[in-house]
Design a binder for this molecule. Structure first.
Ligand SMILES: *[C@@H]1O[C@H](CO)[C@@H](O)[C@H](O)[C@H]1NC(C)=O
Ligand SMILES: *[C@@H]1O[C@H](CO)[C@@H](O)[C@H](O)[C@H]1NC(C)=O
Length: 298
């Protein structure tokens, strides 16, 4: 009785499966580092049509392109991909633009359920490149300071980690006795390191590391000096006063050398201001002249 039942189950399973094309995948979310190979796994679990039609499509950024069509790899993958087994695809030397959704479609016209398809979400991870770092060269004690680190190629987005004199700065300075007195806050997501109040102990060579699962990259160390604002303020103030005085002195001596004062005195001597009457006369003369001329012209 049990034997009959199991035979029956076997038969129905065989019968019904054979009437439908059915696909499976070993991995529908493959992740690979750029320039490595990856398999887009699509296996036929059951089928009864001897030569099914197999197609692969790629969906990326609103575009749909054929990857495998009429028995051939096509498009951008033409020289970089090959079929593995009957339906899987292997992409060699992946690039970041291979990150996409791929769909494996198998149509079997002799099966009752004639079509099955499955999607593969491929992620191509990209190593970070050397980040751009900005570190203020010198900061007065007690002032705020902001260090920034930006990396634009890495995928997934990298996290940022600052180092001082080759030692990693903990995200929270209070978590380490060594950095306990420092006033910084570190944001591993946007790469900024902000000091609310710089202290002498904060001086040193800083660099930042951008890191993601595909790798890491760092910028070159840059020195941040911390100086005492009082001395600097006094020295700066004295310097400014000295420079202003120097400029005034230079200006006066130049004016003398060019004879600016002398020539003014001379012109003063030679210039005879006209008497009031004279001025009126000449004005009248001019006006008369003008009137005469204009009437002549008219
Ligand atoms: C892989 O592709 C890159 C460009 O995406 C190319 O520069 C490199 O030479 C290729 N490597 C191999 C082994 O084909
Ligand atoms: C932090 O500051 C306190 C008080 O100013 C001092 O005693 C201590 O040595 C400092 N710690 C470090 C690591 O500089």
């Amino acid at each position: 009785m049990a034997k009959q039942a199991s035979v029956f189950i076997l038969f129905t399973t065989y019968c019904c499966r054979s009437l439908a094309v059915e696909l499976t995948s070993n991995n529908q979310h493959p992740v690979v580092n750029e320039f490595q190979s990856v398999e887009l796994s699509c296996n036929i679990k059951s089928i009864s049509t001897p030569k099914p039609r197999i197609e692969w499509k790629k969906f990326r950024g609103g575009d749909t392109t054929y990857v495998y069509f009429q028995g051939k790899i096509s498009g951008a993958l033409e020289n970089r991909a090959e079929l593995r087994g009957t339906t899987s695809i292997v992409i060699h030397n992946t690039t970041r633009t291979d990150s996409a959704t791929y769909r494996c479609e198998v149509s079997a016209h002799l099966d009752e359920k004639k079509l099955d398809e499955l999607s593969i979400e491929l992620t191509v991870q990209v190593k970070p490149v050397v980040p751009r770092c900005s570190v203020p060269q010198s900061v007065p004690v007690g002032k705020s300071a902001s260090l920034t680190c930006v990396e634009t190629e890495g995928f997934p987005l990298p996290t940022y980690h600052w180092y001082r004199d080759n030692e990693p700065l903990p995200d929270n300075p209070k978590s380490s006795p060594k950095f306990f007195n420092s006033s910084y806050t570190a944001d591993p997501k946007d790469g900024t390191l902000k000091f609310s109040e710089v202290k002498k102990i904060d001086a040193g060579e800083y660099y930042c590391v951008a890191k993601n699962p595909a790798g890491m990259a760092r910028c070159g160390p840059q020195l941040m000096e911390v100086y005492d604002i009082n001395i600097a303020g006094i020295v700066g103030g004295v310097l400014v006063v000295l420079i202003v005085l120097l400029l005034i002195a230079i200006g006066i001596s130049c004016a003398y050398k060019r004879g600016y004062f002398v020539s003014k005195q001379q012109t003063g001597k030679n210039y005879k201001p006209p008497a009031k009457g004279d001025a009126v006369d000449s004005k009248q003369e001019e006006e008369g002249d003008f009137r005469h001329k204009s009437s002549f012209v008219i």
